[in-house]
Design a protein around this ligand. Structure first.
Ligand code: GLN
Ligand code: ZN
Length: 785
């Protein structure tokens, strides 16, 4: 059997008489595939547009893979992953590997090609795409497998072995990575028609034979290792699921013989029961744990780690952009080695580096000091290797010294710590839980006196279409090619257009359209201190789509008002109420790279206090309706149930901090872009907003219980009456029917009528017709009340 062999500290004399120890092993869970300058994105989009052919796409992909493997090999990484590249998504790759293509895509047999693959990912002229959802608590989205009793599995994509061979041809021996069978099945959904009656795990016996074929294929290609990613183990699995887990791996035992097997877990610690199940597996050579998010893992390992097995210690954070504190990691590794034995620890990343930015080298705008505190994927590979090397006594002293200097500079920098902000937060939190003093029903009455809105008031969520013109104007202003006066004038004209349109349509509570904003988080981050922005810090969100999260590096303050100028200008254009439009603290936090030197909630409270100042300034300026978007509150929910309450408590508290001090007559709206919050409804009510608008159009029934709670609570509720994600224009009748359905559950006096999210991705032609039908529907039903 191949050598597992990491660190035999064999001291060989060198020519100059020095001795060198062999390094402890190093491993990378996975690597970003989008490319340092989003090369894959552009290649994909050009291919999809028919501008370039398959060859060009494949060449770009092969070049990316090659440079990634070479980078890891040159850095000295021992266990280099392959098959972590993907043209769209690794779950979809697994669906292809298993031949689990839903029948509507018309595939029957043979190797799955780009046509079928991209149809599943993006839909085609006649069939819509498969559903996409968030990968655990990251901002990465995967294509959800649809499985039912009729799926005929077959080995239909040889990508894993092809990538292994490709690397081998380059002289690089890799560890092929597969999504493990349990994670694959438990992240699937039952196909249409069997939604409520099908047990996904019942398919395990059908997919394992395919996994075995893949393993055989890999072995004959010369693979010596296999990595199964089983992050599902960090979730709350029940006993029968855990049993199925051990059965699955026991079942594969004969196929795994002759291979070294790594089971990688990540994103949290593995619960005690699951840890026992996992570490009892016989056929496994090594276990991977996230030691950045997994706070209990160390304790579990202390209690028991199987003798002779390898521990892949994920000490380098795959989800953030901070340079590793190398000496702290070294201590952790040392402690682990003392427990599990010499040569049994492999230095690794906490999870795939997919969730961090690609390469710091391309950041030319960040200042030197800030840059010295950061490490993107390419730099993290070097960190992993440096840790591994130093572990065996070959410490790169210069690198360690510079690392500790950089850590110290970050710790003591006045840009990071602002004592008065910290004092403000501490003082603010001592006081109360920040609740408005009047209950919502009374507040709504006071507001209604002032606003005098009709029943079923109509509104929109904030943004209007972001035309090419608007983008150009913002770009030119930013590049200083346009004067401030011209910029303000151009924006004013845009606002006027949006206001006029809404008045003509007969909308009751207006918005200014957000033309001045590029992005709902970046816009605020750019005006707050403590935030930095990268030029190329892209992270894949789904397919070719990437996001560039701001970096929160220091205590947050609001040097001056951020939206008051624009909101007042817009309010002056109309007699109707104009909503002030803000992004809430939890969303700003969840969509940024967050500091790791203080708890998330502390950073969140700082942002909340900054937004509170903005709310007060808006109120002072005569804005009577203020919307504070918390689009991302739900997605920050921790993976494990035991941690939900703590998170929801502080997240909701942070929201209340932003607006607890407004007058009864000021109406606070919030908007959330998701609908599956049955489990967090009490927290949403606890936000104590006056009006809640939510996405709804894709999941009617699920919301019913939310509505019912809403009735009891008494706040206004605006479940989206049509889907803005689609260019389709709903008729007035269709919208009226939706409103009627809602009225079957909700009192008319609490119901608002609005689309289910902002309109920025739509065309004006679509928006005009859809909103006109929406207002017509509201009027129709009003007349019947
Ligand atoms: N106010 C924002 C907009 O309309 C809200 C966007 C969101 O919820 N994602 O664009
Ligand atoms: Zn939304």
């Amino acid at each position: 059997s191949p050598s597992l062999a990491c660190a035999t500290v064999s001291r060989r004399p060198l020519r100059n008489g020095l001795y060198i120890a062999r390094a402890m092993s190093s491993h990378i869970v996975g690597y970003p595939r989008i490319g340092p300058k989003r090369e894959l994105k552009f290649a994909l989009e050009s291919f999809w547009d028919g501008k370039t052919g398959v060859d060009e796409l494949q060449n770009v992909a092969a070049d990316l893979r090659k440079s990634i493997w070479k980078h890891m090999a040159d850095a000295g990484i021992k266990y280099i992953p392959s098959n972590t590249f993907s043209y769209y998504d690794q779950m979809l790759d697994t669906t292809a590997m298993l031949g689990a293509v839903p029948s509507r895509y018309g595939w029957e047999s043979g190797e799955i090609g780009f046509d079928v693959y991209f149809s599943m990912a993006r839909g085609n002229a006649s069939v819509p795409a498969m559903e996409m959802t968030k990968w655990f608590d990251t901002n990465y989205h995967y294509i959800v497998p649809e499985l039912g009793p009729d799926v005929k599995f077959s080995y239909a994509s040889h990508k894993a072995v092809a990538e292994f061979k490709e690397a081998k041809a380059l002289g690089i021996d890799t560890v092929p990575v597969l999504i493990g069978p349990m994670t694959y099945l438990l992240l699937s959904k039952p196909a249409k028609g069997v939604e409520n009656s099908f047990c996904l795990l019942s398919l395990i016996d059908k997919i394992l034979p395919i996994y075995k074929e893949v393993l055989a294929d890999l072995k004959s290609a010369g693979a010596r290792w296999i990595q199964f990613d089983e992050p599902i183990l960090v979730m709350d699995l029940d006993t029968s699921q855990l049993q199925a887990f051990s059965d699955a791996y026991a079942h594969m035992e004969s196929s795994l013989a002759g291979l070294n097997v790594l089971i990688a877990t990540y994103f949290a610690d593995v619960p005690a029961e699951a840890y026992k199940t996992l570490t009892s597996l016989k056929c496994v050579t090594g276990f991977g744990f996230d030691l950045v998010r997994g706070l209990e893992t160390l304790e579990l390992i202390k209690v028991g780690f199987p003798r002779g097995k390898l521990l892949f210690a994920g000490v380098v954070d795959g989800r953030n952009i901070w340079a590793n504190d190398l000496s702290a990691s070294l201590k952790t590794l040392q402690a682990l080695e003392d427990i599990v034995g010499k040569e049994k620890v492999v230095v690794s990343t906490s999870c795939s580096l997919l969730h961090t930015a690609v390469d710091l080298v391309n950041e030319i705008k960040l200042d030197k000091e800030l840059k010295s505190w950061l490490a993107f994927a390419a730099q993290k590979v070097v960190e992993v290797n440096a840790l591994a090397k130093s572990f065996s006594g070959v410490k790169d002293e210069a690198l360690f010294a510079s690392n500790s200097m950089r850590q110290a500079s970050r710790r003591s920098s006045p840009r990071v710590t602002n004592v008065s902000v910290q004092q403000d937060v501490a003082a603010a939190l001592k006081k109360s839980d920040h609740r408005r003093s009047t209950v919502v029903s009374v507040r709504l009455q006071a507001q209604q006196k002032k606003l005098n809105l009709p029943a079923l008031p109509t509104t929109t969520i904030g943004s209007f279409p972001q035309t090419a013109d608007i983008r150009r104007i913002r770009r030119e202003f930013k590049a200083k090619k346009m004067s401030e006066i011209d910029y303000v004038q151009a924006m004013k004209e845009e606002f006027e257009k949006v206001v006029k349109l809404q008045e003509e349509l007969g909308i009751d509570v207006l918005v200014h359209g957000e033309a001045e904003r590029n992005d709902m988080v970046e816009y605020f981050g750019e005006q707050l201190s403590g935030f930095a922005f990268t030029s190329n810090g892209w992270v894949q969100s789904y397919g070719s789509r990437c996001v560039k999260p701001p970096i929160i590096y220091g205590d947050v303050t609001r040097p001056k008002a951020m939206t008051v100028f624009w909101s007042s200008m817009a309010q002056k254009m109309t007699k109707r109420p104009m909503k002030g439009m803000l992004t809430g603290p939890v969303t700003i936090l969840n969509w940024s790279f967050v500091r790791n030197d203080q708890p998330r909630h502390e950073t969140c409270f700082q942002i909340a206090l900054a937004i509170k100042d903005e709310v007060q300034d808006l109120e002072q300026a005569g804005i009577t309706v203020i919307q504070i978007d918390e689009a991302a509150l739900r997605e920050g929910l921790p993976l494990r149930r035991s941690e939900h309450e703590f998170y929801l408590d502080w997240a909701v508290h942070a929201f209340r901090i932003t607006n607890f001090c407004v007058q009864d007559t000021t109406q606070i709206h919030t908007h959330m872009c998701y609908s599956n919050f049955n489990d967090i409804i009490h927290s949403i009510i606890n936000m104590d907003a006056d009006v809640i608008t939510i996405e709804n159009s894709r999941s009617d029934e699920k919301l019913l219980s939310v509505f019912r709670e809403g009735v009891k609570y008494g706040a206004g509720i605006g479940p989206g009456v049509y889907d803005i994600h689609s260019p389709r224009i709903p008729s007035a009748e269709e919208i009226a029917e939706r409103i009627n359905k809602m009225l079957a559950v909700l009192e008319s006096k609490v119901l608002w009528v609005n689309p289910d999210c902002g309109l920025k991705t739509r065309k004006y032609s679509e928006v005009k017709s859809a909103l006109s039908n929406m207002v017509a529907a509201a009027k129709l039903i009003r007349a019947q009340l």
